[in-house]
Design a protein around this ligand. Structure first.
Ligand code: AMO
Length: 428
């Protein structure tokens, strides 16, 4: 059978189309049989619509299991339904893909299922508009981020995900056999993006990165999407300005888009779009005033970040971290080498972005690699590029799935990733 190729989306149906013949494709959500006629609820990627079946089409519809995929043809007519101006009077109904019951989850959301069960049937879970909304939003967020970065002359690049040595130190590194050698999955594009500023000046990459995170938390995955960017001749505070612009643009675009009210865009930034900038030292002194005693150089534990999140519930930057807490590639402050030129963007307790100005002197960089217990020989390909006229440069990595947690108002990163990977989950 040939399927009709021209179709109308639910969202495009409107009263000016009354009398027109249309073809609709979607899946069956409900049938309300009231005797001579029946009302069929169909949903496509753009939303729900109502169709009316009678005689032959009613008897066919009665036997179709919910969630089967249909194509219907019929005439547009005015509707008496409360939430629709028009409906389709069906003349032809084709079942394209039958849903075999019992289905593992109810994608209408009327019967709730655990997140684990939903993830086991993720493809079906996406028929729930609250779930698909997160991924449609993620796509808009990516488009907005790309737009902002392109407007600042960044170019999009792809760096290898199969690598020969660690980028972020030896911890949390996945290794595997690579043609009789050891290969690793990239933890970030850090070293490549720094090298690329040498010839391209401003680069960004949006891609998957891999960390063998042994802990099972609501914010860590073994595979996550990072938005990384790196620019020659910029300092870490310039990068913070760009991050601030990205966040406020994303929120502006999402508030203008007519998407599901499940996305919490209202009230998550300040009116002026400025994100507070708080130094690490100020953080520890504020924490100590509420009884959390920390020394300069101590990392901010989950518990301290939770407390800090109570003081600053929205977006805020923590800047000027102690040098000992940052990776070897971060530059120190000239006046006080114990403080680095670095920042994190937080949303309450949640770290969303990490970045800084980089060390661009090859000798000092080599020393810092050694000082962090790493083997400079493993970084020789990287270090040699610093001898070819390396500009000073800065950049950051933004965890896209974590940003989506904020926008979707969830504490579990697994809600914002189609097929999450963690200590327990490798399938589907
Ligand atoms: P960092 O290791 O802080 O910095 O990572 C940057 C951002 O990536 C996200 N992220 C994760 N998201 C989910 N699961 C994980 N396991 C995970 N690990 C990190 C976070 C984090 O803020 N190279 C530096 C960035 C730079 O300086 O340019 C880096 O990778 O949102």
């Amino acid at each position: 059978m040939d399927y009709p190729s021209k179709r109308t989306f639910a969202i495009d149906l409107n009263p000016s189309m009354v009398g027109q013949e249309v073809t609709i494709a979607g899946w069956l959500e409900d049938l309300r049989d009231i005797g001579k006629i029946g009302f069929v609820s169909i949903r496509d990627m753009t939303g729900p619509l109502q169709a009316v079946v009678y005689d032959d089409t009613l008897s066919v519809a009665k036997d179709i299991p919910r969630q089967s995929t249909l194509i219907i043809q019929g005439k547009v007519q005015e509707s008496r339904a409360k939430n629709a101006q028009v409906e389709i009077m069906v003349t032809k109904l084709i079942v394209v893909g039958k849903a075999f019951h019992p289905l593992p989850i109810d994608p209408t959301g009327r019967i709730e299922s655990s997140l684990d069960k939903r993830l086991d049937s993720r493809a079906l879970d996406l028929r729930n508009p609250r779930v698909s909304c997160i991924f449609k939003t993620k796509s808009i967020v990516l488009q907005t981020i790309r737009h902002v970065l392109f407007s600042k002359r960044f170019i999009e690049v792809h760096t290898p995900k199969i690598i020969g040595s660690a980028t972020e130190g030896g911890a949390n590194l996945f290794s595997f056999e690579y043609f009789k050698r050891k290969g690793y999955l990239a933890q970030s594009p850090q070293l490549f993006k720094e090298q690329l500023v040498l010839g391209l000046e401003r680069v960004f990459e949006i891609g998957p990165y891999f960390r063998a995170e042994p802990s099972h938390t609501g914010r860590h995955l073994s595979e996550f999407i990072s938005v990384d960017f790196e620019a020659a001749f910029l300092e870490y505070y310039d990068i913070m300005d760009i991050v601030q612009e990205l966040i406020s643009k994303v929120i502006k675009v999402l508030s203008q888009e007519c998407i599901h009210d499940q996305i919490f865009v209202n009230g998550i930034t300040r009116e002026d779009g400025n994100i507070p900038r708080i130094s690490y030292e100020q953080c520890i002194s504020e924490l100590s005033s509420i009884g959390v005693k920390l020394e300069f150089g101590d990392d901010l534990s989950d518990a301290s970040l939770k407390k800090l999140g109570e003081i600053y519930p929205g977006f805020y930057f923590i800047l000027d971290w102690p040098t000992n807490l940052k990776p070897f590639y971060i530059l120190e402050q000239k006046q006080n080498p114990e403080i680095s030129r670095s920042f994190d963007l937080q949303y309450g307790y949640l770290e969303l972005v990490s970045g800084g100005t980089r060390e661009h002197n090859p000798d000092i960089l080599r020393g810092k690699i050694l000082a962090q217990g790493l083997d400079p020989d493993l970084f020789s390909d990287h270090l040699k590029t610093f001898e070819w006229g390396m500009p000073f440069h800065s950049g950051c990595g933004l965890g896209l799935d974590r940003l989506m947690m904020v926008l979707a108002g969830t504490n579990n990163i697994r809600e914002t990733v189609l097929y999450p990977r963690d200590t327990e989950r490798l399938n589907p």
